[in-house]
Every structure is written in C-alpha cells, then in structure tokens.
Design a protein around this ligand. Structure first.
Ligand SMILES: [Zn+2]
Length: 454
C-alpha cells in the first residue's frame, strides 16, 4: 500500500489517498495539511505507483489532486488522416491536458462503420497507450449491421454517433424511425447526435453563396449565419420528440451551442426522456466577435454564436444544467485551414488544454470547481458505462491529475497535437496540469519533458 499525502482536494480540503497497485484503496479528508515528512517521495517523480516499495509515503507538494478526465468527443484522424493527428500524438496531447481516456468519433478514413474498420482503428489506438473507445458511425451502407456491431463484445464500441442530416454523405443519417427499429431494445449503448438541421443549412447556404469564396477573417461570420442557431434548435427538438415518443432509450446531444438546446434537453428530461448533453470549451470562450481576429481558426460545427448567446449558454453551465464537458478535439493543419470560407475545414484542437480550459470555464461561469470536475470525470464515465473510472474512491482506477493554480500562458510553440496550433495561443489560463497518471502509471509530467513520458 502506498500513501499520498499533502494533496489538496478541489474544494480546498486536504486529501490523503492510499493506493494498492493501480487502484485507489482508501480516501481520507481533513481540514488541515499533514505535517511535513522528510521520508516522503515527491509525487511528480513517481513513474509507476505499482513499482514503489510497500508503505512508501508520497508527497503531492500541496498541488490539487483530481481524477483524470475522460473526453467523450475527440477526432483522432487515425487511420486515414494522420497528417493532421495520429493516435500517438493524440495520446500525448490528451495526457498533457489531464485526459487518460477518449471516445473517438467515426469520421476517420475509412469511417468507423464496419467490424473491420473498428478492429483496424483499435489496433492503432492500442499502440498509443491511451485508453479508448469508439463511436460507431451510421449511414445507409451499414444501417442493418449496426445492431450486431454494437453488442459484439470483441469491439471497443461505446455507442452510436449519428450525424443527423439528410442522408447524402456516407456518415449522414436522418431516418429516425428505422434507427429506432434496428437498435437493440436492451443492452444497447448510447446514441449520440450531432444535431443541426441539414435542410435549413442548405437553404441558408444558397443565400450566402456569394461570400463563400472570400478569404478575409470577417467573411467567416457567414459560417455562423449558415449553420444558424435555429438549425440546431429545430434538429434538437425533432430528436428529443423522437426519443420521447418512439425510441425511449438513452440518447446524448453532442456539443450544444445555444442556451435553448440546454433548456429543451431539461424539458425533455422532465418528461421522462433519458437524455444528457455536452458542451465544448470553444462555444463558451469564443463568440462570433472572434472571427475578425481568428477567422478560419475558429470555424467549427456547430459554429460560434453571438456574444449574447454565448453569455446565455455560460449562465446555464454555471447553473449546472449541462452534463458533460468535452473538447470536440478536431485538428486540421494550418495550411488546410487558411482557405476561403467554403474550403476551410471545420474543427479546432482542444484536448491538450482539457483541464486548463475546464478550470477557466468554471471561473467564468461560476460553476463550483467540484461540479466542473464531475462534468469531466464521473459524468463521462457514466455515459460510457465505465464503472471503475472517474472518481477518487475505493475500488476506482488510480487515474490521477495534479493541478497547479499558477497561471498558464498558452504558446503555439508548446502545442503537442500534430496540427501544431491552438486557437487559445496567448491566453492566460488560471491553472495547469503538473502530471497525469493512468491506472497508477505516470503518462505526463510537466517538469520532465513538457510532453508525455508514457
Ligand atoms: Zn465532433
């Protein structure tokens, strides 16, 4: 048994943690810090807790100790798009942000839609050392196979991802009746929706066609006009009504970008719908006012909203109305990004600043830190059905993060993700990740390399 002392709990109490191998064995809190013990080993120097001699005393140096995060929304780009990111660089970026497990979206190449494609991606992910699970994609090509794939115990699938929209691309699907019919009644997994109404988007698109070939930053504001808030509202209403009247099983709305969606989710839940929702940091920290400065670097789907809408969404997050914090980490190269509005790909990186941004969001919204941490740990573990993750409690995996409350200035030269840039460059974030452990094994230490050591 190894004991960690001199760690702060997120609420300011002092924490003592006993570990057995890669598991938490006991947790104690106290109001006062422990006496200094000269025999203790600095926690940042501990590579693997399982390798320590029994009864070793480990000193956390007064840093804040939190459960490592689980990011339920990342785009690994691997296989197929590895010039943007691969599983190795994704893992290093995630550990840097205090994330030890990711749920990857299906729009890799080939898309994650068949048994074969799941197995190929799993082999690549496994080699990186990060914990992972995948969302299966759905389209006309595999609609009749998804049920069998989702219950196949050999496949690391945590759920189904539906890019809800007129079924044109191979990963777009809008036949909700068929979906309800083919998905398993019991033992199924969560269905996650990308919720934007494609018909409304197409209609808006025609209206703004003239501006789509402009390249100046300000022109990117048309992206928000095309993928309007109303398109998100309409789609979310449709999906929630379907879940209430037809599907009646758990669903999850990815990256809500407006307050009304959060209110619709709350109303649906009050009417018995099993629904959760997630928010991404960029929808809380940027607004359409940032196009002028950042242009293509803040083009993502759903897009940025007006300052007033961003404030309204922040207020609801501050009230605890959103279940999960996830980054929608979607890297592209700068050379791809700097194109006209029509051709600049949508998506921003985010996972490598996960905990740093979460603390910033907690400060900005007034959401108590302990509750913010649950949005990144317990709630994602519950969504994915992972019973031994997301808490510092007896029997749980020793997935640990040490946080400092020194300000962290983001520099593009420090970016770990393969894409090599971040929209947060120059930001002063209120906290930084000092070190990360996954099942007792150190995977990142700021002092040692600035990059992952795993
Ligand atoms: Zn996404």
């Amino acid at each position: 048994m190894v004991r960690i002392i001199n760690a702060k709990q997120i609420d300011g109490q002092w924490l003592e943690l006993s570990l057995q191998g890669g598991r938490v064995d006991a947790v104690q809190t106290s109001a006062a810090p422990p006496p200094v013990n000269p025999e203790s080993v600095p926690m940042t120097s501990v590579g693997d807790f399982a390798a320590l001699a029994p009864n070793t005393l480990v000193d956390a140096g007064g840093y804040t100790l939190v459960p490592a995060a689980i990011d339920v929304h990342v785009h690994s780009r691997d296989p197929g798009l590895t010039h943007k990111e691969d599983w190795q660089t994704l893992a290093r970026a995630a550990w840097h942000g205090g994330v030890i497990a990711v749920a990857d979206m299906p729009n890799t190449n080939p898309p994650t839609m068949t048994r074969e494609s799941v197995l190929v991606k799993a082999e690549r992910a496994r080699a990186s050392g990060i914990e992972f699970s995948f969302f299966l994609g759905v389209g006309l090509g595999n609609i009749h196979q998804i049920s069998g794939l989702l219950v196949d115990p050999e496949l690391p699938l945590c759920g189904l991802k539906v890019f809800y929209g007129r079924t044109t691309g191979e990963l777009l699907y809008d036949d909700l009746e068929t979906l309800a019919r083919v998905l398993p009644e019991h033992g199924g997994k969560v269905v996650v929706f990308h919720s934007e109404d494609q018909c409304m988007i197409d209609c808006n698109h025609q209206q703004y066609a003239r501006r789509l070939h402009e390249k100046d930053n300000a022109a990117f504001a048309v992206h928000s006009a095309i993928r309007s808030s109303e398109a998100a509202h309409l789609s979310t209403r449709t999906i929630l009504e379907w879940a209430r009247t037809v599907y009646k099983r758990p669903i999850h709305i990815a990256h809500v970008s407006t307050a009304l969606e959060v209110e619709l989710v709350a109303e649906a839940r009050a009417r018995g719908v099993q629904v959760t929702c997630e928010v991404a940091p960029h929808h809380l920290l940027f607004s359409t006012a940032d196009y002028e400065r950042l242009g293509p670097l803040v083009k993502m789907n759903p897009p940025l909203r007006s300052l007033a809408e961003v404030e309204a969404l922040n207020r609801l997050v501050g009230q605890g109305a959103v279940d999960i914090f996830a980054t929608d980490h979607a890297p592209h190269l700068l050379s791809e990004k700097y194109s006209d509005v029509a051709h600049s790909p949508s998506g921003v990186p985010g996972v490598e600043l996960f905990y740093q941004l979460l603390i910033a969001v907690s400060r900005r919204t007034g959401l108590p830190l302990a509750q913010a941490v649950r949005m990144a740990t317990e709630a994602p573990a519950a969504l994915l059905g992972w019973r031994h993750k997301g808490r510092l409690a007896p029997g749980y995996d020793a997935d640990l993060v040490l946080l400092s409350d020194e300000e962290h200035t983001v520099q593009s030269t420090d970016v770990v993700s393969k894409c090599g840039w971040t929209p947060y460059a120059g930001w002063h974030l209120p906290s930084d990740v000092v070190a990360t452990w996954n099942v007792g094994r150190q995977v990142y230490c700021r002092e040692k390399s600035g990059h992952g050591v795993g």
